[in-house]
Design a protein around this ligand. Structure first.
Ligand code: FAD
Length: 434
């Protein structure tokens, strides 16, 4: 069952498959009275729930065959929420009290399933939105989706909510000699656990939260991981001074300027973790919070990887120059043998590939052009949820705002609809006049 799920999930993401379906599709048309939400991840679910609470019905389209497909199909087994649960709750329904501070992946998925049930959200699964365009003559959005069976559907709606996420597609870097490498090369979205790499030399490319955690997982399964660190990176302990580092930072920011908080974080980090530059992890010039605010780059919260780097169980390597049959040549001229390469190179938005609109969303990165907290609303009933680079906290803020905005419009239009219906009912019928 799980296997079938994964195959369908992957098919639904395959551009060649979608193209084939697009050309063979016979289209049908559906008018949606309320908003149409694209994506049934946490952002799509949160928006649908907030709308439901306000009495506005919505339709949710999802390319996979399950909700939260990123979490269910594309993440490794040992994943837990990176942030404490109170910062990851969706609006209107908290986590169960018996959940740990950092829920495991399955607990988070269970919570989202319960959330969807609570608000009666039933996404239309296996529908990949391939195009959405505003029809100015009609004053409606025309949204085309393709199902796994090749059936095409055009939805016509007044409001369109983009909830396809910051992590819609895996980023696969081009590397010289990639076709030549004889071992397994895969993105972290296809990595489940270290078991299959036992005893193997594995090169992990990218030192964000995923890259660091995959290295730790590989160590725990007796593989021999090396980590490519190309850039500077802020590694912070997940907890400091008896509180979560994230929670403490948020609390301090209520009173202190961001640079001061950054200083404080870095001093405590230095006392707890030592000088990370000595193990090959140079820190950026800007502090962790300032950098996050300016560039969206998230600091790494250490869950044990650093100890393995210090002990030599994880080796730090510089950038890759080229791949060879069973080896990797680095920019420092050294060459080392590897059995597998795991690309922890992140994800990107897929909005420019299907949304024919260039004002609200940037064609370059697929994010709203206006920075947080103003990126959630565009023109002509277009909205974005979950593109804040602020995780699930940002999602909750967007979802609430969008629901409030649409509710105002919905109620206003409902008044007109009622008045129109009343006027029709009050008109004397031709029967009674005769
Ligand atoms: C490994 C990892 C750990 C994370 N940990 C945390 C954490 O602890 N705390 C936190 O706040 N954030 C965390 N994040 C950030 C994460 O992005 C959010 O938690 C959350 O998944 C974002 O929800 P979303 O609904 O915006 O996007 P997604 O979860 O990506 O959902 C988007 C949905 O849209 C669907 N979709 C995409 N394109 C189409 C299309 N064309 N047609 C139809 N459907 C489409 C996708 O299939 C997907 O189901 C983590 C991210 C990763 C990768």
């Amino acid at each position: 069952m799980d296997c079938l799920r994964e195959i369908q999930g992957k098919q639904a993401h395959d551009p060649i498959f979608i193209e084939k379906m697009n050309t063979s599709a016979s289209w049908r048309c559906i008018c949606v009275p309320g908003p149409l939400i694209v994506g049934a991840g946490p952002s799509g679910l949160a928006t649908a729930a907030c709308l439901k609470e306000k009495g506005v019905p919505s339709v949710v389209l999802e390319r996979s065959n399950c909700i939260a497909s990123l979490w269910q199909l594309k993440t490794y087994d040992r994943l837990r929420l990176h942030l404490p649960k109170q910062f990851c709750e969706l609006p209107l329904m908290g986590f169960p009290t018996d959940f740990p501070t950092y829920p495991i992946k399955q607990q988070f998925v269970d919570y989202l399933e319960a959330y969807a049930r609570e608000f009666g959200i039933k996404p239309r699964f296996n529908e990949t939105v391939s195009q959405a365009e505003y029809d100015a003559t009609l004053g409606f959005w025309r949204v085309k989706s393709v199902g796994v069976n090749g059936k095409g559907t055009e939805y016509v709606c007044r409001w369109l909510v983009v909830a396809t996420g910051e992590n819609a597609e895996a980023v696969m870097p081009e590397m010289e000699g990639m076709g030549e490498f004889g071992g397994d090369i895969r993105h972290t979205s296809l990595y489940k656990r270290g078991e299959e790499f036992r005893g193997k030399r594995v090169l992990v490319v990218g030192c964000g939260n995923s890259g660091m955690e995959v290295c730790l997982d590989l160590c725990n399964h007796n593989a021999k991981p090396s980590l490519v660190v190309r850039d500077t990176v802020h590694v912070l302990p997940r907890e400091m001074l008896g509180r979560s580092t994230f929670g403490l930072s948020m609390w301090l920011l209520n009173w202190l300027p961001i640079r001061f908080v950054d200083r404080l974080l870095l001093i405590v980090t230095w006392l707890m973790l030592g000088d990370t530059a000595r193990i090959g992890l140079d820190r950026p010039r800007l502090g962790p919070l300032e950098l996050k605010n300016l560039s969206g780059k998230t600091p790494v919260l250490d869950v044990g990887t650093l100890a393995n780097i210090k002990s030599g169980d994880i080796k730090v390597c510089p950038s890759i120059k080229r791949l060879k049959r069973h080896a990797v040549e680095f920019v420092n001229g050294k060459t080392e043998n590897f059995d597998a390469i795991i690309l922890a190179t992140g994800y990107k938005s897929n909005v420019p590939s299907w949304l024919k609109e260039r004002e609200m969303f940037s064609e370059k990165d697929g994010y709203p052009r206006r920075p947080f907290p103003n990126g959630w609303k565009g023109e002509s009933g277009l909205y974005a949820v979950g593109f804040t680079k602020r995780g699930l906290l940002g999602t909750s803020m967007d979802a609430r705002r969008i629901a409030e905005d649409i509710e105002r419009c919905w109620k206003h239009e409902a008044k007109h609809r009622m008045a129109f219906t009343r006027s029709l009912l009050q008109q004397p019928s031709s029967d009674s006049s005769s």
